[in-house]
Design a protein around this ligand. Structure first.
Ligand code: ADP
Ligand code: ZN
Length: 531
């Protein structure tokens, strides 16, 4: 048995060292593990990447019997099981991707007590056959992952989760641990109530990462903006740059190399050897920049990442938080920097509307994007926004370590500008069958006689040239902010701008629109303008 400073190492700590190879528990992990190992129920709120898995994996290993992990992420089960097996943990899963024989092998292993951890999809718990199977084996702990799926009004509601209250009724002596990364207070209470865990102890991690400075700039020439950010503030530092497409990761890495910054691309399209090489370099070297799609970073634990930069808008605040959270694990000052523009919004709306998935899926994706936009366009403290999004009460109203705190954006009365823009949208809507995006609308407002303006006689409209007091970049800012405030919407494959129910209150002069001023543009602008 291990002995540290004269104190006998606990089973939990020994498992952490020997099986997982980690030095110490992080944050709330130890308290959670101790509580569950001792047989108590727990509700755990921890940010993504915070280390929730160990909170149930260690009790599963320390307590006698098999730990049953209920997870809706069927696609990840194989990976999770592979990762555990690589550590010597006897892990398996049962889900709908398996054929009858594969399932029977797993069931037999469970009954024979040969599994430490068994992953199950929630829908299986609705089957009597599964409950009977569980009743015939020995269970150490029930872990309910993504527990917010039980919340009926949440983004990820799954009816199958409602049936999980049966676990407490049938196995009152087996501890349960419910885990989630997203929980407003209301969701938190719903989890406790619907899963029937009134006596559970609650562990709420602090979501704040005070050493990370959050900054979001408006996109004009993203690669150049990135380069000056790196040269001015992070020369020689390790960092990650996130792009949406594989192609742009490669182009950006090349661009950085040409400009004297060591950078390599990383995405799922590279062959396994190249990926492994780039990842190994990133972990080993001091000043390497990895330009990656979100495929990079999962499970990577490098403490001294000094910056995370986004050249494209993440799909959700959860994603943004998770990706930026890879910076500054060592607690030293780090930067989360993002360049974001109107084109990001249009592109992502198109992806959502043209993509797979049913109506409910699209609605959720749209809501996630809206929350992300609101974070980008806020004139208030970004950290406060982030923490409030995750249902946490910030310590102070303004953090002093984000761009909006450091240089408070000026706001202006954009009511008239909004009216001009919305009226132009209304005019164009009357032209049946024609769809116009932000570009055309801004050209009209600025009184530009482009080929497309002439083709559709838009220079004849009463709104032609009524917006010359603002620059193109400022108009783009107005569009973005109206989108973020729900006063405008993007639709269809051409990124057509359309009114919302709330637009009428602006057009009817019943409502004032406050907008934030665009930060001054750098002197030289690329000819293409905003990408
Ligand atoms: P979550 O499920 O909360 O998103 P994970 O359980 O996947 O987070 O953990 C995120 C990362 O942190 C993983 O790479 C994991 O190996 C690592 N990790 C978790 N706990 C520790 C620890 N105590 N020490 C070092 N690394 C840890
Ligand atoms: Zn702030």
């Amino acid at each position: 048995t291990g002995v540290t400073m004269g104190v006998t190492e606990s089973d939990a700590l020994r498992t952490l060292h020997r099986v997982f190879g980690y030095e110490a528990f992080r944050g709330e992990q130890e308290a959670v593990v101790d509580h569950v190992v001792a047989g108590g129920d727990a509700v755990v709120l921890m940010p993504t990447g915070g280390g929730k898995s160990l909170c149930y994996q260690i009790p599963a290993l320390v307590r006698p019997g098999t730990g049953i992990v209920i997870s809706p992420l069927i696609a990840l089960m194989q990976d999770q099981v592979d990762a555990l097996r690589a550590l010597g943990v006897r892990a398996g899963f049962i889900n709908s991707t398996q054929d009858f024989d594969e399932r029977r092998v797993m069931e037999a292993a469970f009954l024979a007590g040969e599994l430490d951890v068994l992953y199950l999809a929630p829908e299986r718990l609705r089957l009597d056959s599964t409950l009977d199977l569980l009743a015939r084996g020995k269970i150490s702990v029930f872990a309910i992952d993504e527990a917010h799926c039980v919340a009926q009004w949440g983004h990820d509601f799954r009816p199958d989760y409602l049936a999980l209250s049966v676990l407490g009724e049938r196995w009152p002596d087996v501890p349960r641990i419910a885990l989630t990364a997203t929980a407003t207070n209301a969701t938190h209470q719903e989890i406790t109530q619907r899963l029937g865990m009134p006596d559970a102890k609650h562990f709420v991690a602090n979501f704040d990462r005070p050493n990370i400075q959050y900054r979001i700039v408006s996109k004009s020439d993203p690669k150049k903006q990135l380069l000056s950010f790196l040269k001015e503030e992070h020369a020689g530092d390790v960092g990650i740059v996130y792009c949406l497409s594989r192609n742009s990761t490669e182009k950006t890495a090349e661009f950085l190399c040409r400009n004297g910054i060591e950078a390599v691309p990383y995405h799922a399209g590279l062959d396994a050897g190249t990926r492994a090489r780039h990842q190994a370099r990133f972990l080993r070297e001091d000043g390497l920049v990895v330009v990656a799609t979100i495929a990079f970073g999962m499970g990577i634990d490098k403490p001294d990442v000094r910056f995370v930069a986004h050249l494209d808008l993440p799909k959700s605040v959860e994603g943004y938080y998770q990706e930026t959270g890879r910076a500054g694990r060592d607690g030293l000052p780090s930067t989360a920097w993002m360049a974001y523009g109107l084109q990001d919004v249009v592109q992502q709306r198109k992806l959502i509307q043209g993509g797979e998935g049913d109506e409910a899926f699209r609605r959720r994706a749209g809501a996630h994007l809206d929350a992300m936009l609101a974070l980008c366009e806020t004139a208030d403290c970004r950290r406060t926004r982030l923490l409030t999004y995750f249902g946490q009460e910030p310590q102070k109203a303004a953090c002093g370590n984000c761009d909006t705190c450091l240089t408070p954006p000026e706001t202006w009365d954009g009511t008239v500008a909004a009216q001009k823009l919305l009226s132009t949208v209304v005019r164009l809507k009357r032209e049946r069958g024609q769809k116009f995006g932000a570009g055309q609308i801004i050209d009209i407002l600025l009184g530009r006689k482009t080929a497309k303006v002439i083709q559709f006689d838009h220079d004849q409209l009463s709104v032609f040239g009524i917006g010359e007091e603002l620059s193109e970049a400022e108009w783009r800012g107005v569009v973005r902010q109206l989108l973020a405030q729900g006063l405008l919407e993007v639709e269809g494959e051409y990124g057509t701008l359309v009114l919302t129910e709330q637009s009428a209150s602006v057009l009817g002069r019943e409502r004032e629109v406050r907008l934030r001023k665009e930060a001054p543009k750098p002197a030289s602008r690329s000819s293409k303008g905003e990408r």
